[in-house]
Design a binder for this molecule. Structure first.
Ligand code: SAM
Length: 653
C-alpha cells in the first residue's frame, strides 16, 4: 500500500470511537475467507477483456468441407480464447459435456503471452496475471457445461496448487480429484537432485457427472456351486480396517456345511457385523441388541450365511490345519507354518491375538470365504469398475493386490510427453509445435469422460491433439462426438503473420482427416470435417449496421442448431433448421422474391409453423400475413446481441 494511502487511513481511524473501531474490525474479520488471493487490481488489465460483440465468420478456404457436408458439426475457432468463449456462451451455453484444456503453465520460460508480451520468470505480477487470465476464461467456460458436464485441466506439479485453488473458486464444491500422468522416464534437475517426472489432470464435474468406468465382465460371473439363483461373482468379505480400528468386526466364521473355521485377517477385518458379537458386547440385553441390529446398514454375517450368500471354497482334507495344543499352534506360527492369507502369504494367526486360544483344536480351512454377488442382483450401472487416478505408462506393469478383481480400477495408459512431438511430426512433417500432449493421454481421458454423442471443447487447443483424439475415438466406437477447438494465432509484434491456428491446428486436422503415413482418414460419419471460424468484434451500438448476412447466418445457425453453415449467405432466404413441425429461416431482405420463397416454404416442407429471423420482424409478419402465411418473426439484430450484451451493457466477465 502506498505511504500516502496509509497516512490518510490512519487519520480516518483516529476519528472513530471504540465501538466504531470494534464494528470495523468485526467487518474486516468476517470478510476473510479461505482461498486464493491474487492481485487482480494491481495488474494491467487483460486487453482481451472487452464488452463488444463477437460475431463468427466461416472461412471456407481454411475449413474442411468434403463432398456431402451438409453443415459443420466440428469447429476450429481462431483468436484469443476469451473472445471464442464469449461467442460460445452465446451459442453453446449448457451444451458442452466435456472440456479438456492444457493451458500455458506459467513456467517463467516465456511460455505465454499477456497483452502481447511474453511473461518471463522475473515479471513481478507473473502469477497474478496468469491467475487473472485463467479466471476470466474459466468463468466463461463454466457457463458452457451441461448439468452433467466435466472440465479436465492439465497442469504441472509446480502450478498445481495455485490452479487447484483457482478452480475451487470458479467451480466451488465441484472438485472430483486429480489424475497423475508420468511425463517422462527420468528428470535431470541436478541442482535439486529431484527428478520431476509427473503432471496432473484436475477434474471438476457438475453434479450428474461420472466417468464411464468399465462395464462388468459377464464372463467373471460363474456358478461353481450350482446355485439355483444363477451365476455370481465373488466379492471380498473384508473391509481394509485393522483389528485395532474395528475390534467388533474381528471374529471367526464357521461354514455350517463342513464345520471348518475361517480366521479373520487382523489387518483387514470383516466387512459385516456379527449378531453373536453384538449380543456378547451388549450382554444379551434384547432391546439394545434389536436396536443395534436395526441400525446396521447391511445384513449381519450370520444372515448372509443363512441366506447362503457366503461362498466357502472347497478345501482338500490335507490342507486343513488343526493344532491340538496351544504350544503346537504357537510353534507353527513361530515357524511361519500357521494359517496364511493365500495370495499375500501373510499370517492370519499371531501369538499376540486376543482369540489365539479359540483356535486350539479347531479345523482351520485354507481358503478365504467371499460374498456372492448374483448377476441378476444389481443393475449394470452399479457394477462398473472405477477409473484409477494413476495414468500408467504404455508398458508399465500395474500390480494390484486387491482381492476385489472385479472392481479393480480401470488404469489409463499414456505415452510419455516426448512421443507427442513425434506424433505431430508424423502428420506435419516438421517439429511444428512445442510441448503438445500425447494422443494416448487425451484419448484415454476422453474415452472415460465422454459418451458417444458428446461435444468436446478445448479452448487451449494448440496443435489440435484433442480434435484428433475425438476423431480416433469416433472411429473406434462408432460415436458421433464433436469437437470445438479454440486456438490463438500466436502472432506478436515480432511475428505478425504467425498463424498457429490455421497452419498447425487446422492443418494437422485436415491431414489427419485425409489420412497420413499409411493411416486411414476419417469419413463424415466419424466427424471428418470442420468449419474454420474467424471472429469479428463490433461495438454493440454498431451491430445493426456493421454485421453482415454471413455473421447472422453463422451465429443464428450456431445458436439454434449448434452447427455452422457450409454455404455463404447469398440466397434471399436460408433454412437454418427443420425440427418437429418448425422451420427456422433467415431472411436478410424482404424483397418480393424472398417473400414468395417464404410463402412457399410451409407447403414445400409440409410444416405448419415458420420462424423467420429478419431485419424488421413486425413489417415482415404483416407482409407474410397478407399472403396468408402465419410466421413468428424475430429480429436478426436481437439474435446477434443475445447472450453477449446483458441489460444493454457489455458482456465482459
Ligand atoms: C500447452 S499448449 C496446448 C497444447 C495442446 N494440448 C496440444 O496437444 O497441442 C497451450 C496453447 O494455448 C495457446 N494459448 C495461449 N493463450 C491463449 C489465448 N489467450 N487464446 C487461445 N489460445 C491461447 C498457446 O498458443 C498454446 O498453443
Amino acid at each position: 500500500m502506498a505511504k500516502t494511502e496509509t497516512t490518510s487511513l490512519l487519520a480516518e481511524l483516529q476519528n472513530l470511537n471504540a465501538p466504531q473501531l470494534r464494528r470495523l474490525l468485526v467487518e474486516h474479520l468476517t470478510k476473510q475467507k479461505l482461498g486464493l488471493y491474487w492481485e487482480s487490481n494491481a495488474i494491467a488489465r487483460d486487453a482481451a477483456l472487452n464488452a463488444n460483440v463477437v460475431l463468427p465468420r466461416v472461412v471456407p478456404e481454411f475449413s474442411h468441407t468434403p463432398d456431402g457436408t451438409a453443415h459443420h458439426r466440428n469447429l476450429v475457432i481462431e483468436g484469443d480464447n476469451f473472445d471464442s468463449l464469449r461467442l460460445l456462451r452465446a451459442t453453446h451455453a449448457g451444451k458442452i459435456r466435456v472440456i479438456y484444456i492444457d493451458p500455458p503453465y506459467n513456467t517463467g520460460n516465456k511460455d505465454w503471452v499477456y497483452n502481447d508480451k511474453f511473461v518471463g520468470a522475473n515479471d513481478r505480477w507473473r502469477h497474478s496475471q496468469w491467475l487473472e487470465f485463467l479466471y476470466q476464461r474459466l468463468v466463461l467456460a463454466r457457463e458452457l457445461l451441461t448439468s452433467d458436464g466435466v472440465i479436465l485441466v492439465s497442469i504441472n506439479d509446480e502450478n498445481r496448487s495455485r490452479l487447484e485453488l483457482l478452480m475451487d473458486e470458479v467451480f466451488p464444491g465441484r472438485r472430483l480429484g486429480s489424475l497423475v500422468w508420468r511425463t517422462k522416464d527420468t528428470g535431470n534437475d541436478l541442482d535439486q537432485r529431484f527428478s520431476h517426472v509427473h503432471e496432473h489432470v484436475l477434474v471438476y464435474g457438475n453434479k450428474g457427472f461420472k466417468f464411464n468406468g468399465r462395464a462388468t465382465d459377464r464372463s467373471k460371473f460363474r456358478n461353481p456351486d450350482k446355485d439355483n439363483r444363477g451365476d455370481w461373482s465373488p466379492q471380498p468379505l473384508t473391509a481394509n480396517k485393522t483389528l485395532l480400528e474395528r475390534p467388533n468386526t474381528y471374529y471367526p466364521i464357521q461354514d455350517p456345511a463342513t464345520g471348518l473355521w475361517y480366521a479373520c485377517d487382523p489387518d483387514s477385518t470383516w466387512r459385516f457385523a456379527s449378531e453373536k458379537v453384538i449380543r456378547r458386547l451388549l450382554a444379551n440385553d434384547e432391546a439394545a441388541v434389536q436396536s443395534a441390529l436395526a441400525a446396521l446398514r447391511s445384513d449381519t454375517m450370520e444372515a448372509f450365511i443363512e441366506k447362503k450368500l457366503i461362498y466357502f471354497p472347497p478345501s482338500k482334507p490335507e490342507e486343513v490345519m488343526q493344532f491340538d495344543t496351544r504350544a503346537e499352534l504357537l510353534a507353527a506360527i513361530a515357524a511361519g507354518k500357521g494359517p496364511m492369507l493365500p495370495k499375500k502369504k501373510t499370517p492370519l494367526l499371531r501369538a499376540d491375538l486376543p482369540d489365539i486360544d479359540f483356535w486350539v483344536g479347531k479345523p482351520i480351512a485354507p481358503g478365504r470365504p467371499s460374498r456372492k454377488e448374483h448377476w441378476t442382483a444389481k443393475p449394470e450401472e452399479d457394477r462398473l469398475a472405477p477409473l484409477s487416478s494413476w495414468i500408467a505408462g504404455l508398458n508399465e506393469d500395474v500390480v494390484t493386490l486387491s482381492d476385489d478383481e472385479e472392481y479393480e480400477p480401470v488404469v489409463l495408459r499414456s505415452a510419455r510427453g516426448g512421443v507427442a512431438t513425434e506424433e505431430i511430426k508424423n502428420v506435419l512433417g516438421s517439429k511444428a509445435f512445442p510441448y503438445p500432449k500425447p494422443l494416448s493421454l487425451i484419448k484415454g481421458l476422453l474415452s472415460q469422460a465422454t459418451k458417444p454423442n458428446d461435444t468436446v471443447l478445448d479452448f487451449f487447443a494448440g496443435s489440435g491433439t484433442t480434435g484428433q483424439a475425438v476423431l480416433e475415438l469416433n472411429a473406434e466406437d462408432g460415436g458421433n462426438r464433436r469437437f470445438i477447438l479454440c486456438s490463438s494465432t500466436e502472432a506478436t509484434a515480432k511475428e505478425p503473420d504467425k498463424n498457429l491456428c490455421r497452419d498447425v491446428c487446422a492443418e494437422r486436422l485436415r491431414r489427419v482427416i485425409a489420412g497420413y503415413s499409411g493411416k486411414p482418414g476419417y469419413n463424415l460419419a466419424q466427424g471428418g470435417e470442420f468449419a474454420y471460424l474467424q471472429l469479428d468484434k463490433i461495438e454493440a451500438a454498431d451491430v445493426a449496421f456493421e454485421a453482415t448476412p454471413e455473421h447472422a447466418t453463422t451465429l443464428i445457425s450456431m445458436q439454434n442448431t449448434a452447427v455452422a453453415p457450409v454455404e455463404r449467405a447469398e440466397a434471399a432466404i436460408q433454412i437454418v433448421a427443420i425440427g418437429g413441425d418448425w422451420l427456422t429461416v433467415i431472411c436478410h431482405a424482404a424483397t418480393p422474391e424472398a417473400l414468395d420463397a417464404l410463402a412457399a416454404l410451409p407447403a414445400q416442407h409440409g410444416l405448419a409453423r415458420l420462424a423467420v429471423f429478419c431485419p424488421r420482424p413486425k413489417a415482415l409478419a404483416a407482409l407474410l400475413a397478407e399472403r396468408g402465411v402465419e410466421a413468428n418473426t424475430y429480429s436478426i439484430a436481437d439474435a446477434l446481441l443475445k447472450g453477449q450484451v446483458r441489460g444493454g451493457q457489455g458482456a465482459s466477465a
